[in-house]
Each structure stands twice: as structure tokens, then as C-alpha cells.
Design a protein around this ligand. Structure first.
Ligand SMILES: C[S@@+](CC[C@H](N)C(=O)[O-])C[C@H]1O[C@@H](n2cnc3c(N)ncnc32)[C@H](O)[C@@H]1O
Length: 229
């Protein structure tokens, strides 16, 4: 079957990001918010974990160290990202990577007791279908966690939609939680995870107007939505 257009656009865009080394550099920005999320997830040594939209796989490698007697699978729509992830992860026996899209996760049902997705879900062409797929591959009593910096309730990120080369969904915490509930998840809740990165006096990037805005964005923090199957 030919790849649908939105998925093709995503793959091509993130293949470009991977070629530019952005898969690796995202660790710097995302680890300060992913670290507290991992603590909340209560990962066991034996956990089977999927990292959806894993990019270059830095988080999958951390997860594989935390679940040495479990299995970690990183999945991403970009084959270039997956190529980078595989190259950097050789020798980690409980870790593997697959190319795939969240709309149709290439994995059997009821397998993962933890699923995490970091800074990916607002790109999914059909977020409701993506969350239903998280539910399908989760075990009973397993949990799914999505962590995002681009969401309606943080006004300092709204301009990103215009800066990104692919379509995005700017949903609120309430809307994300409803997608989780509609997919069948129980105990659906959210937290805001402030970013503790020290702020600089000046900012020269293109994502924020100035250093003050970036500091305000970090103080509100990332949105973590989760639920149990
Ligand atoms: C901003 S990057 C974040 C990567 C990684 N999670 C990190 O924190 O470094 C978003 C990732 O989500 C992936 N992605 C976007 N849409 C996807 C989809 N529909 N299915 C699977 N992966 C997707 C992209 O290819 C990209 O690698």
C-alpha cells in the first residue's frame, strides 16, 4: 500500500532533521523534562517499554538501562532517525528499533507495560488513532505517557505551529485527556513538568521572542498526560 501523504511528509521532514544531527541534539532540551516523567512512570527492572517517536534513541537507551531484564523498543516514522538510533545503540541487548507510524504500530497487542512518547504526539496526523494504538499495544494495567512542550495551555509555545514545516495539533490538557479516555484508558490525569534548565540573560534562537519568554515557557513547563489500561 502506498504511504499516505501526511505520513510521507513527516518521514521526509524528520529524515532531514536526522541528517542535520537534530535527533541527537534534542536530548539536551528534552532530558530535563523527561527525567521527572521517568520517575513518575515507576519503571521496573523487568518492564517492557515502547518509546514512540523515539528519534535518535537517546531516551530508549536510558530506558533500556533502567529495565535491564525487560525489553525496550524504539519506534519512529523516520528511517533516518532509526538508522542513527541503531548505530548508537549497538551492544544494548534488550533494546531494538523499528520503523513505523503510530497510526498502525507494527507490534502485537497487549505487549508493553510502559509506553512513553516525548515531543512527538502533536505531530501525529490523527492523534485519536495514535492514542488508540497506544492502548492496543499496552498490557492490562500497563500505562501510556505522552510528554509535550507544544500545547494550548502554555501560551509561550503557540508560535511554533507557524515555524514548523509540517502540520501540528495544538490541543489542551483537557483535550489530550479526553483522547486517552475515549481510547479506553482509566485513571487519566496530567501534570505540568517545569523545565529546571538555568535561564540565560539573552536568547538568539527563533522559537521564542526573547529570554524572558523562554523563561516563562520553562516555568509553566511541559504537559505530561497519562492513563492506565
Ligand atoms: C521532535 S522529535 C522528538 C524525538 C525524540 N522523542 C526526542 O525527544 O528526542 C519527534 C519525533 O516523532 C517522530 N514522529 C512524528 N510523527 C510520527 C508518527 N506518526 N509515528 C511515529 N513517529 C512519529 C518523528 O519522526 C521524530 O523523530
Amino acid at each position: 500500500m502506498p504511504e499516505p501523504k501526511p505520513q510521507q511528509r513527516l518521514r521526509e521532514e524528520f529524515d532531514r532533521w536526522a541528517a542535520d544531527g537534530r535527533g541527537e541534539s534534542m536530548e539536551h532540551d528534552h532530558w530535563p523534562i523527561a527525567r521527572p516523567a521517568l520517575e513518575l512512570m515507576q519503571i521496573a527492572e523487568t518492564s517492557n517499554i515502547m518509546d514512540v517517536g523515539c528519534g535518535a534513541g537517546w531516551l530508549s537507551r536510558i530506558l533500556a538501562q533502567r529495565a535491564p531484564r525487560g525489553r525496550v523498543v524504539g519506534m519512529d516514522i523516520s528511517d533516518e532517525m532509526i538508522a542513527h538510533a541503531r548505530k548508537a545503540s549497538a551492544g544494548q541487548k534488550n533494546l531494538s528499533f523499528v520503523v513505523g507510524t503510530v497510526d498502525n504500530i507494527p507490534w502485537e497487542p497487549n505487549f508493553f507495560d510502559r509506553i512513553i512518547t516525548v515531543e512527538s504526539s502533536y505531530y501525529w496526523p490523527d492523534p485519536a488513532q495514535g492514542v488508540r494504538e497506544l492502548y492496543r499495544v499496552a498490557t492490562n494495567n500497563g500505562s501510556a505517557w505522552t510528554l509535550i512542550n507544544y500545547y494550548r495551555d502554555n501560551p509561550y509555545c503557540h508560535q511554533w505551529g507557524k515555524l514548523l514545516a509540517v502540520p501540528t495539533h495544538l490541543l489542551s490538557a483537557e483535550e489530550w485527556k479526553n483522547l486517552f479516555r475515549d481510547a479506553g484508558f482509566k485513571n487519566v490525569a496530567h501534570q505540568l513538568i517545569p523545565d529546571p534548565t538555568p535561564n540565560r540573560a539573552t536568547y538568539t534562537g527563533r522559537w521564542f521572542r526573547d529570554a524572558k519568554e523562554l523563561a516563562a515557557f520553562r516555568a509553566i513547563g511541559a504537559l505530561l498526560v497519562h492513563g492506565t489500561k
